[in-house]
Unconditional design. Structure first.
Length: 451
């Protein structure tokens, strides 16, 4: 944390932002459980979605012993345990700490970092961002100031392919085509070019600067600032230079309107092994499915292995022997995971709905299952209420529960078309959703939902 800084500039904020948030950040974690209708809920932050096979075993064991037995993947590559006993907090924290999943109790809710999940695996990214990931997580956990970040504040590390840059993080590190690193603040088109070796430190300084300049405003995320980000960018440049990090303003790459999830299947690359990419229907992984994933991860000679959870509620398994890849993928398909773009589950997502959420008007997961139709050109997301928790970005089909059925609408690049009322009938819903998605289109299969 920087010392002897000048007083921060005051940033304009949206009208009413502070008055709307008349209480503290209520995002759940592993030390502060959230009370839901199906029991207590814990959210385990997993920076970059990277879990060792041993850590994955611990999380599964806790879900089976303390919760509903399932692992619920989130839109930031994290894991939620649901249906927990209200008195299990101490045991949960102790086991996670022993496994290395709780390196700092003070920072456990702010370790929100997404990273390109195929980085270093397929030869398509401009660099392997894993060293950035490890360093940034260490810096965040070592900073006293970052304990004040909202549980919604998000860092993104993009290896140049634009996948997580499209997620609209508060602070994004990019890999330009001509080397070094670029720092994007919020949605800004202008980025700051910085030396590669200073990239994680620069991301931390940007987050600390946001905290100082927005303190007392009720603002939790950069996008909530009414200004265009120019004032914050000026503050970040000044602090970077005071820290001895050269920063040059330059036009940044155009942020993709829609994030690109890894396609399910075998991910080839210029290496002796391959990776497997699978989707998870509705982001809900059963214990046996999780065991199948960890078995696949442990095919390495050293018996180690890892899983990479993606921000699109999928899983990447690196280090699979090329000769065993097809057999292993078949085993994951037999376990009920999405292994190809022609799966009817490809591109289908949903919030938790009833009975887990009191605000939900319907069991949307059951509704999505009953109305499952042909794969379409757009993702579709089912929401139990108007909050639309976890919905995709960009273009998607919006299905929202209403008192008298559902409302189906098309969202294109953030612009919502007029909703169509649809009765709570599987046949009627399937027809409405298929029509909005574009129906079956062999040329353009839907990606996994960018939620």
């Amino acid at each position: 944390m920087l010392a002897a800084m000048p007083p921060p500039a005051t940033l304009p904020v949206p009208t009413g932002a502070a008055s709307v948030r008349d209480r503290g950040d209520a995002c759940p974690g592993t030390l502060r459980l959230h009370r839901a209708d199906d029991g207590a809920l814990a959210r385990i932050r997993i920076p970059g979605g990277v879990l060792s096979a041993a850590q994955a075993d611990v999380v599964r064991e806790l879900a089976e012993r303390l919760g509903d037995g399932e692992l619920h993947l989130t839109s930031r590559g994290n894991v939620q345990l649901r249906g927990l006993r209200p008195d299990c907090g101490g045991e949960l924290a102790s086991r996670l700490g022993e496994s290395g999943l709780l390196p700092s109790e003070r920072h456990e809710r702010v370790r929100n970092i997404v990273a390109s999940p195929l980085s270093g695996l397929d030869g398509l990214g401009r660099r392997d961002i894993r060293p950035w990931l490890a360093t940034l997580d260490e810096l965040v956990c070592a900073s006293d100031l970052t304990t004040e970040l909202s549980g919604r504040f998000l860092f993104a590390l993009d290896d140049g392919r634009g996948d997580v840059d499209a997620l609209g993080a508060d602070v994004t590190l990019l890999t330009p085509a001509d080397g070094d690193a670029a720092l994007r603040i919020g949605q800004a088109g202008t980025v700051l070019r910085i030396p590669d070796e200073h990239a994680p430190r620069a991301a931390l300084i940007a987050a600390e600067t946001f905290l100082d300049t927005a303190r007392g405003s009720g603002v939790w995320r950069v996008a909530e600032l009414r200004a265009d980000g120019g004032v914050l960018l000026d503050q970040v440049v000044r602090r970077l230079r005071q820290a001895g990090i050269p920063a040059t303003r330059t036009p940044g790459p155009v942020r993709p309107a829609r994030s690109a999830a890894p396609s399910p299947g075998i991910v080839d690359g210029p290496y002796g092994t391959v990776a497997l990419s699978v989707g998870v229907p509705l982001g809900r992984v059963g214990a046996e499915q999780w065991r199948a994933l960890t078995r696949a991860a442990r095919q390495r000679e050293d018996g180690g292995g890892e899983l990479r959870l993606t921000p699109w509620r999928g899983v990447v398994v690196p280090g699979v022997e090329r000769a065993r890849a097809a057999e292993t993928l078949d085993a994951l398909e037999a376990a009920g995971l999405i292994t190809g773009v022609r799966s009817p589950w490809a591109g289908v997502g949903a919030c938790i709905g009833r009975p887990g959420c009191a605000k939900s008007l319907a069991d949307v997961r059951a509704g999505a299952t009953a109305a499952l139709g042909p794969v379409g050109t757009l993702p579709v997301y089912w929401s139990g209420c108007e909050r639309r928790c976890g919905h995709p970005r960009g273009s998607w089909v919006d299905v929202v529960a209403a008192p008298d059925g559902y409302r189906v609408s098309l969202v294109r690049d953030g612009e919502r078309h007029a909703p169509q009322p649809v009765p709570d009938s599987p046949a009627a819903l399937a027809a409405a959703v298929a029509g909005a998605r574009g129906g079956l289109d062999e040329r353009r299969p839907a990606p996994c939902p960018g939620t």
